[in-house]
Design a protein around this ligand. Structure first.
Ligand SMILES: [Zn+2]
Length: 366
């Protein structure tokens, strides 16, 4: 299924997948199951789908890279679980024998993706990895997350590529406490999160806007629950895009959770594949405007298997724009022109967003 760049110069959306990610098994009945990825991989294996993407090979990150974001204590704690059939790192974060390897490879996918997107070898990429990362703190695994993949990628881009401005948009249902804390006092990473609130993990209120030189470089949109495509369209149109245009990042990272999908067993949001397509389309468009299209999407949560598959395909179809029509041979178009027009002019009420826009305006971003 491996395509080469020579076959079609336009075909440069990278998809990061590896069966090792299925070997992280937090236990029977755990919502963060290998099935979440298996349904996506199976959809990609269908004829006429995989041929539209590149599938780079990639390596696990070293412990030195892990320590760019994590304490030696956490790295030692997680690496010590190698080969153990089962261990618990917190009430809902469990590991199996190959979880440490999978976690290092998940972070490795993002680092490789950032490197290839930076070099222009890929236009953009989607890392279909697990375990997820955005809850992992510098010194603590939590919330199904062992290491913070997106934070590691951002640290690596700062350290190895000399980047000065990276924008992370986290649309997962949950607040990415780990990511926020990793960059709370720096202006080199701008973190925007929309999430259900109050909800796990409890953080992400309006007043959390950053500290020291990072003051104003964190924006939280704590949503009450029940928000769907029209609200998320407004979040992107009226807040994330203006911030991106003002901040002018050199790279955009998306922490993509499909737990905001309508029907997710853990969440109360109502986003459909059309909504994911719209958000991706807008993020890609602003990335083209400000940073040569350098955009990397990584999987965080999402616990409805249909959502995992259709949400991923909707995001992928947007990422490889020129192949969208061909992908539609196998899958329905996720975003009709009519819907796109509605999303572009959405004016649905969303008080939390209005307040977040006010805060971002005071900081000069909007
Ligand atoms: Zn989540």
């Amino acid at each position: 299924m491996q395509a080469t760049a020579g076959e079609n110069v336009m075909r440069k959306t990278g998809v990061y997948r590896n069966d090792l990610f299925l070997e992280h098994q937090p236990g029977v009945g755990h919502p963060e199951s290998p099935e979440r990825l298996r349904v996506i991989y199976e959809a990609l294996d269908k004829e006429n789908v995989a041929e539209h993407f590149l599938f780079p090979s990639f390596d696990p990150v070293s412990q030195d890279i892990l320590r760019l974001n994590h304490s030696a204590r956490l790295v030692d704690q997680v690496s010590a679980t190698q080969g153990q059939k089962y261990a618990s790192l917190d009430a809902d974060t469990h590991i199996s024998a190959r979880s440490y390897e999978a976690a290092c490879l998940a972070a490795g996918a993002l680092v490789d993706g950032v490197a290839r997107v930076d070099q222009g070898e890929l236009n953009n990429a989607f890392c279909l990895v697990r375990p997820p990362g955005h809850h992992a703190e510098q010194d603590r695994a939590m919330g199904f997350c062992l290491f913070n993949n997106v934070a590691l990628a951002a640290h690596w881009a700062i350290q190895e590529l000399g980047m000065q401005r990276i924008l992370i948009f986290d649309w997962d249902l949950h607040h990415g406490n780990g990511t926020q804390n990793s960059f709370y006092d720096t202006d080199k990473v701008f973190y925007i999160s929309s999430h259900q609130y109050p909800f796990y993990p409890g953080t992400g209120f309006f007043v959390e806007t950053g500290d020291k030189v990072g003051a104003g470089y964190t924006v939280n949109i704590p949503l009450s629950g029940g928000e769907g495509d029209m609200e998320y369209a407004r979040i992107v149109n009226e807040l994330v895009l203006p911030v991106a245009r003002t901040y002018k990042p050199e790279l955009i990272l998306i922490s993509c959770g499909f737990d905001i999908y309508d029907g997710d067993p853990l969440g109360g949001m109502q986003v459909t594949p059309a909504g994911f397509a719209w958000m991706t389309r807008q993020m890609l468009s602003v990335a083209e405007e400000v940073c040569n299209g350098k955009l990397l999407v990584t999987l965080e949560g999402g616990y409805n298997l249909t959502a995992m598959r259709d949400g991923s395909l909707a995001v992928l179809a947007e990422l490889c724009q020129e192949n969208k029509e061909k992908l539609a041979w196998n899958y329905p178009m996720y975003l009709s022109d009519e819907q796109a027009a509605q999303f572009a002019t959405s004016s649905v009420a969303c008080p939390a967003l209005d307040h977040a826009i006010q805060i971002a305006t005071m900081s000069g971003w909007v």
